[in-house]
Design a protein around this ligand. Structure first.
Ligand code: PMT
Length: 398
């Protein structure tokens, strides 16, 4: 699996003859495991039909800022939040001027303005337009703002001119996209992450568990890999694909998770406890299926071992980040856990909300450590995980 695996990419297409190459780019991004949504400007649709891109991506193509139907399905703000990166290929001189000025007069410029993800622009235009000081100034300003520019190739142009302005070949664009998410900020570090729920058997048929899907923990594993770390992911039962380059240890019960994690952290620098560990288990697991005898049934429960507390105490050099799943007084309860569990930091999320927390694709949280409380605004778990990687790297490397 490539580093584009499970990344959500908006492919923005503006109106130039090179728009025909965008179909190939969409296909290759998907070959690399990315999820692709397409936004086309009005003039792009003069060069290539939205149907082509819809057929290639299996998703409706977004074209209108003010279409109530499209906004109801996935509005411009949702699209901006959804994307880990926006690739605009080809990008016209007009689009780059609008991006530089921050105008938001169509869907693509609006989504770029609303996005906190990475923006990559692959310009294509006539060589004289490319060389104009106005175009070059726009390019310089965009670069200074952290927007990656995939400089056009030199050669014969559709208009017959020769010079710089040809869209880079799709394979070169895809190669660049493969490195967009690599930061190296945690290179050489060993990270252990727990994810998903644990299950505590009641009898051979039933168990106690919770709603964790593993999405947050798996997103963290991808973000840590992109940051250059080696990652061991210790996962409860979930139906997610493990990121490539990641060592996966699958477990079921809290005891299994404790044993696997205790061993893994002995070689680690960082431990992130994102798993929703079952807090209680039945005191005695029945060896046969318990029969329904009466209307009511009681279970005798005992506390499970607190994995993160045990391991933070046993490994004082380990940088330990916990999560706090709360439904009320989120910050206050999280601060208590930070202290009681001897953590370097805790990420508090509100699991009473349907749009974040358990099982949703997005999350919103507070990063709390001894000196800071930083609000991490609502975004995809992939983007949030990358923000967390930066916060951890800042702490570790300072
Ligand atoms: O998996 P998703 O669907 O993506 O949902 C993400 C999430 C909501 C599960 C995740 O963001 C999250 O909040 N994970 C922690 C869930 C939890 O168990 O929180 P807690 O407040 O009960 O526990 C505090 C910390 O102690 C956590 O780091 C937890 O992993 C750890 N713990 C808890 C109990 C226990 N017996 N051992 C532990 O190590």
């Amino acid at each position: 699996m490539s580093s584009l695996s499970q990344k959500r990419i908006i492919l923005g297409i503006t109106g130039g003859i090179a728009a025909y190459k965008s179909a190939e780019i969409a296909r290759r991004l998907q070959d690399q495991g990315a999820e692709v949504r397409v936004i086309m400007t009005d003039s792009a649709q003069e060069f290539i039909r939205p149907l082509t891109l819809q057929a290639l991506t299996g998703k409706p193509v977004h074209t209108d800022l003010l279409d109530p139907k499209a906004e109801a399905a996935m509005g411009h703000i949702e699209l901006a939040r959804w994307a880990d990166a926006i690739l605009v290929a080809p990008a016209t001189a007009n689009f780059m001027a609008a991006l530089n000025q921050g105008t938001a007069n169509d869907l693509l410029t609006t989504v770029c303005l609303a996005s906190s993800g990475k923006i990559i622009v692959a310009p294509a235009m006539n060589q004289a337009m490319w060389s104009q000081p106005a175009s070059q100034e726009n390019i310089e300003c965009l670069k200074q703002r952290g927007i990656a520019i995939l400089e056009p190739d030199n050669g014969i142009q559709a208009c017959g001119d020769i010079g710089p302005g040809r869209l880079q070949q799709p394979e070169a664009i895809i190669e660049h996209m493969g490195s967009v998410f690599d930061s190296g900020i945690l290179s050489g570090k060993q990270v252990v992450i727990t994810a998903g729920p644990t299950r505590e058997a009641i009898d051979p048929v039933r168990y106690i568990s919770n709603h964790s899907s593993g999405k947050m923990g798996y997103a963290l594993a991808s973000a840590m890999l992109d940051a250059g770390a080696s990652v061991t992911l210790i996962s409860g039962p979930v139906s997610l694909q493990c990121p490539d380059r990641c060592e996966l240890i699958s477990v079921v019960s809290t005891d299994d998770m404790l044993a696997a994690t205790a061993q893994a952290v002995t070689k680690a620098d960082i431990f992130i406890s994102a798993a929703a560990v079952a807090d209680y288990r039945v005191t005695e697991v029945a060896s046969q299926k318990i029969k329904k005898k009466s209307d009511k049934m009681s279970l005798n429960l005992s506390k499970t071992p607190d994995i993160v507390s045990i391991l933070s105490k046993d490994n004082p050099k380990l940088f330990v980040v916990g999560f706090a799943a709360e439904t009320d007084r989120v910050e206050a309860y999280a601060r208590k856990k930070l202290e009681q569990k001897h953590l370097n930091a805790i990420i508090a999320n509100d699991v009473s909300r349907n749009d974040i927390g358990f099982n949703s694709d997005d999350n919103e949280a507070l990063w709390i450590d001894a000196n800071n409380c930083k609000a991490l605004s609502k975004k995809s778990k992939t983007q949030l995980a990358r923000e967390i990687a930066v916060l951890i790297a800042n702490e570790i490397n300072h």
